[in-house]
Write a protein that binds this ligand. Sequence first.
Ligand SMILES: NC(=O)C1=CN([C@@H]2O[C@H](COP(=O)(O)OP(=O)(O)OC[C@H]3O[C@@H](n4cnc5c(N)ncnc54)[C@H](O)[C@@H]3O)[C@@H](O)[C@H]2O)C=CC1
Ligand SMILES: O=C(O)C(=O)[C@H](O)COP(=O)(O)O
Length: 390
Amino acid sequence: MKILIDENMPYAEALFSQLGEVISKPGRTMTAEDLVDIDALMIRSVTKVNEALLTKANKLKFVGTATAGQDHVNEATLAAKGIAFTAAPGCNKVGVAEYVLSSLMVLGQQQGFSIFDKKVGIIGAGNVGSYLAQCLEALGIPYLLNDPIKQQQGDSRTFHSLDDIRLQCDVITMHTPITRDGEYPTHHLVDDTFLADLQSGAILINAARGPVVDNLALKRALQQSQSGEGKKLTAVLDVFEHEPQVDLELLPLLAFATPHVAGYGLEGKARGTTMVYNSYCQFLGLEQQVTAASLLPIAPVPQVSLSQEWDESTLFSLTQIVYDVRRDDGLFRREMGQTAEGSPEMATAFDRMRKNYWDRREYSAITVAGEAHFGVESLAKLGFTVEERP
Ligand SMILES: NC(=O)C1=CN([C@@H]2O[C@H](COP(=O)(O)OP(=O)(O)OC[C@H]3O[C@@H](n4cnc5c(N)ncnc54)[C@H](O)[C@@H]3O)[C@@H](O)[C@H]2O)C=CC1
Ligand SMILES: O=C(O)C(=O)[C@H](O)COP(=O)(O)O
């Protein structure tokens, strides 16, 4: 049995080689030729699975994507060819939420605000949006949810219109899939009109898919904001409309910019890989199952001890031990600054940073020890492992 895997899939080689011969290739450049005699294909978000890729797939029976987003896979085409498909919903929700929290905390420090004074609008209340809401709740930060699809499905949470969100929220964070059809398409959901209606001082974060935000409209709004003509606007982008190409006029206008790595915690990647591995084992009728936790190394700073009740400054320190968005932002700007827009070198640099990504962890990799009245319960709700001292 031959299994083709994206080379950028931690733990995959060791796991899938228990099932057959593993061939590892860069996901973005996989071709129809690569699928000749392949029984199973394990990908991430950069491999477009469509009619063209499948033309020579003479043996393919299973495709697994170790990602939450599924827009790169034409499921109807797979179904028509009798090829089974599985994804990894929710695998990286924690990483994306921690990316948003780091962005807000660092912006708070840079711009002189408290995150506790902000109201957050979450657009898309699926795995990521709901987990982010849970984190904000743990911290007592108010938020509004927008998700007309979940609302129509009878989800019992309170949902708000986009207008309410634009009028009432200081922070707007996008967590929808990219869709072009249906009643609520998300392609260019954030456009000139959306941006014009934001509150002055608003912060926009996109860690969903690039084209959810019209990048030219955002560039115009940021240029106006930074020239003092328009409303004050801050933007953080993890995803770009034409990635792996990046608009080099937009880049310097962004508060933080990163190469589609918001969900890149080691835990999230391990979850993604094990979810597709376990699904494939099930597909093959095998009983073996692997947990992500069993694959993970100990964190570089595994334990922290509180000496008093935590405050905003302690929260900042604790969370930044795990993830500081400035690390990825700095490297990304340096890498992009050395390439020309539209060049193959830019695409290579974008993907190189993703391939060689550091072993970022989630809050759960750190145990925080402290007494109950130090507020450890809320840190546990935020995702830290907590050891309550008597
Ligand atoms: N930057 C990164 O590293 C990552 C990006 N993503 C992206 O984020 C998206 C969200 O991830 P999950 O929460 O795991 O997906 P999910 O499928 O669990 O949730 C998406 C939610 O968006 C809602 N939605 C769809 N259209 C909408 C609209 N027009 N307005 C408001 N809500 C709408 C859906 O009803 C659903 O509840 C993924 O589809 C993926 O594209 C996901 C993980 C990592
Ligand atoms: O899960 C998703 O959806 C994502 O966007 C991924 O985290 C992005 O990572 P790659 O699949 O592009 O490595």
